[in-house]
Design a binder for this molecule. Structure first.
Ligand SMILES: Cc1ncc(COP(=O)(O)O)c(C=O)c1O
Length: 440
């Protein structure tokens, strides 16, 4: 095969989370992106309705980020991650902890949300061990939760399709019940009224396993990939209380809620609940260079600082932890967020967004609409025996109509870049309304 035909051959690339045959029969290819829009290879504009994959919070082709990466590549392209440092990693950690409330004031760098989750789970188990509570090894996740695709995250996660193919997973994991599906909560605006008592499920698991065996509970403050499931009022506070009662660490997976999605820098501020560990990625670098960050409370970091001073305290890390290019991209991203007020802009957009999205109540097959901050989802009823059919059809039709979304089952999710204006919301809702009306 010559170079030219090689370029256009789609066969060799095994694509992630993609229907290979459908895609390769009719590919969707982007050529460029600027601010709110992609340009396809056939020259069409597609509005980015979901910050690509909940990550391009400042939109695309942002000058501060582009320039930071360019400059960094010519200055210090790589620096070893272990036993050596470079200034930007420390600067970034300092800027991040300044954004995070409470005592979550240490940061460990990773390269993705999945790695952030593995890191936090390992920190939690090791933390108990270094304090002499080595029996606390059990991890609690939640049904419908998504914590990435590595073994720990997949095990605490609760999305069946992501788990069923991969054997027995990590041992010693249990799950809280999910909070989705109470008909009294359908079409809730923001946090739903009913279901705070579902947090008491943690007490049930404590009764079953005994607190002395449980290291940590991990939840997404708002479940994203599981279909935009907003926590009932008071639910996260109650989880915190139960964790405190039993010496269990609470981990918030803020891979999608972090960096302004809810109208505050983090869900920690939004819900006024301080967990012990927070996992982030995606919006940290505006999605431009892979990077994640785990925030740890001072008590966790400090617990590890024992033994001889020249001994490594935590046997964990990645070749690309704190990678200079990623740090430069993250600093450029934080500059952009700061200059444009993007970490709180969702709060300004939220009322317009909520009203626009809920105008689709009553549209064909729509059984629920959910929103919080600058996130929203429309759930369609499933075709009997063919769940996901309507959702995928909506995805393809929206793409053809110039709008990018994400779907989970028959739920269509949106989380547009935080630079969106009302006209983008209007186009999104109008296009969505037309597409929904066209689906049987
Ligand atoms: C809450 C949450 N955790 C973890 C991940 C995994 O992140 P990544 O795909 O960067 O590994 C995601 C990705 O969507 C996520 O939404």
């Amino acid at each position: 095969m010559d170079r030219e035909s090689q370029k256009n051959d789609l066969e060799a690339y095994w694509m992630p989370f993609t229907a290979q045959r459908q895609f390769k029969a009719s590919p969707r290819l982007f050529a460029s992106a600027d601010r709110m829009y992609f340009k396809t290879t056939d020259g069409r504009d597609v509005l980015d309705g979901v910050s690509s994959m909940w990550c391009c919070n400042a939109g695309h082709n942002r000058p501060r980020i582009v320039e930071a990466i360019r400059k960094q590549a010519g200055e210090l392209d790589y620096s070893p991650a272990f036993q050596i440092g470079h200034h930007k990693a420390f600067e970034l950690a300092n800027r991040l902890v300044a954004l995070m409330p409470g005592t979550l004031n240490h940061v460990f760098f990773t390269n993705s949300g999945s790695e952030s989750v593995e890191t936090a789970l390992k920190m939690a188990i090791a933390y108990h061990r270094v304090r002499g509570e080595g029996s606390r090894v059990r991890l609690i996740g939640r049904e419908k939760g998504y914590h990435g695709v590595n073994f720990g995250g997949m095990s605490v996660g609760g999305m069946v399709a992501n788990r069923k193919m991969f054997g027995t997973l990590v041992a010693g994991v249990d799950h809280l019940r999910h909070t989705h599906g109470d008909p009294r909560n359908f079409f809730s605006k923001g946090e739903p009224e009913y279901g705070v008592e579902l947090a008491d499920d943690l007490e049930r698991l404590v009764q079953l396993h005994d607190a002395s065996t449980i290291a940590a509970v991990i939840v997404e403050p708002v479940q994203g990939s599981g279909g935009v499931i907003v926590p009932p009022k008071g639910y996260l506070k109650r989880l915190r209380e139960i964790c405190d009662r039993h010496g269990i660490l609470l981990i918030f997976d803020e891979v999608i809620t972090g960096y302004g999605r809810l109208g505050k820098p983090f869900a920690v501020d939004y819900f006024g609940v301080e967990p012990d560990l927070v996992t982030t990625a995606k919006g940290l670098t505006n999605g431009v260079i892979p990077m994640g960050a785990v925030f740890a409370q001072a008590k966790i970091y400090e617990a590890f600082l024992q033994g001889p001073p020249n001994a490594i305290e935590f046997f964990h890390g990645y070749t690309y932890s704190g990678n200079p290019m990623a740090c430069a991209a993250a600093l450029g991203t934080l500059d952009t967020y700061e200059e444009e007020g993007l970490l709180t802009r969702a709060a300004t957009l939220a009322p317009y967004w909520e009203k626009a999205l809920h105008s689709l109540k009553g549209a064909r097959n729509v059984i629920d609409i959910r929103n919080i901050g600058f996130i929203g989802a429309v759930e369609l009823s499933s075709v009997a025996s063919e769940p996901t059919k309507r959702g995928f059809e909506a995805y393809l039709k929206l793409y053809e109509a110039g709008l990018l979304c994400r779907t989970t089952g028959d739920t269509i999710a949106f989380a547009p870049p935080l630079i969106a204006e009302h006209k983008h919301i209007d186009f999104l809702v109008e296009t969505l309304g037309k597409v929904i009306a066209s689906i049987d």
